[in-house]
Design a protein around this ligand. Structure first.
Ligand code: AMP
Length: 329
């Protein structure tokens, strides 16, 4: 029997090169080896206010993007989180297995509550990790390919699954995180100390969106912040900008850092950036052509309906096991 792989992305804006290289690509490369599930995390999108019409179109955008990035509905169950109500119920149950301290230590919460102050931060930003725990546990997931920023959530999932299993008997499968060695944290091109995010303080100059106009994407790469050491070398501490571009190149082409360094020995950053821009633009062109092909609401609705049906079968079974163990039925 195949093991299960699951990952998801919040439909809260256009997907970025970080989403693709950190999570989606790793998923696509493995979708045949596993029983694969990929979901659109629309319940996570409402942890902060998002205009309903924007959310709706972002969901379609996200499914079409998954398909354009190579997720194959014949090999993978593609579904919308809110179509499977068991996510909410198990999330609620898992909240009760969690300590306030565990949620307070979550990096995202710490970061956001620093910005807004603990009193002002949305409760959703505090408790959403327990929903993520439910997302993973519902499908008896063995492997979760995510970017480095999500590692902590899978660790919380393991802790809570273990706690639950000890208290109530073996109900949950223990998931492993898969954080790829290269490309697990694609950084902002203007501020390489920060992760590349869907929202970007630098007028989006530091973020490559998968739907970016190719000339715009090229310009973003050509004007990426580097350093004045002027040699192509992987050193995240002293050359974070160049190291980020090397990660992007290496993750897309498969070429290792040593070989890139050798090819660029004695050459300037301009030539290197041009190659990165070419490779990224080729990737975007391919994704965008496929996106246009798949962006048909009727087809997407059908895919989501089929996906929800398959996902529900497994989710229902896990929730029934859970409620039985708890003495709720
Ligand atoms: P999000 O956009 O926060 O819903 O993230 C969806 C997936 O993309 C998660 O697995 C993240 O870890 C991954 N991800 C998001 N941004 C990046 C990034 N800059 N580098 C690598 N992975 C990322």
């Amino acid at each position: 029997m195949k093991k299960t792989m699951l990952t998801g992305v919040r439909p809260s804006g256009n997907l970025t090169l970080g989403n693709y290289l950190g999570a989606i690509k790793n998923f696509v490369d493995r979708q045949e080896i596993y029983d694969s599930y990929i979901f659109i995390a629309d319940l996570h999108a409402i942890t902060s206010y998002i205009e309903p019409t924007k959310l709706k179109s972002a969901v379609y955008n996200c499914v079409a993007m998954y398909l354009a990035c190579g997720v194959d509905p014949a090999k993978t169950v593609i579904f919308k989180q809110s179509d499977v109500l068991e996510h909410g119920t198990l999330g609620f149950i898992m909240t009760f297995q969690t300590k306030m301290g565990e949620l307070s230590r979550m990096t995202q919460f710490k970061y956001k509550s620093q910005l807004a102050g603990k009193e002002g931060v949305d409760t959703g930003l505090f408790v959403y990790p327990t929903l993520m725990v439910a997302d993973i546990l519902l499908y008896n997931t063995a492997i979760v390919p995510v970017g480095k920023d999500q590692q902590q959530h899978v660790e919380l999932t393991r802790d809570l699954a273990e706690r639950f299993n000890k208290r109530y008997g073996e109900v949950f499968e223990m998931p492993d995180v898969y954080v790829a060695p290269v490309g697990n944290k694609i950084c902002n091109l203007q501020n390489p100390a920060e992760k590349m995010n869907k929202s970007d303080n630098s007028d989006n100059k530091g973020t490559i969106f998968l739907m970016d106009d190719l000339a715009v994407a090229r310009k973003k790469i050509m004007s990426a912040k580097t350093d004045d050491l002027a040699y192509v070398h992987f050193d995240e501490e002293n050359q974070p900008g160049i190291s980020n571009l090397m990660s992007i190149l290496s993750k897309i082409t498969g070429e290792d850092f040593e070989s890139i360094e050798k090819r660029y020995a004695g050459k300037g950053y301009g030539e290197f950036k041009r190659e990165v821009a070419d490779v990224v633009c080729n990737l975007l062109a391919e994704i965008q052509a496929k996106y246009a092909h798949f962006n048909d609401q009727k087809v997407l609705d059908e895919i989501l309906a089929v996906g929800a049906k398959s996902a529900k079968i497994v989710a229902k079974e896990t929730l029934a096991r859970t409620t039985k163990a708890l003495g709720l039925n």
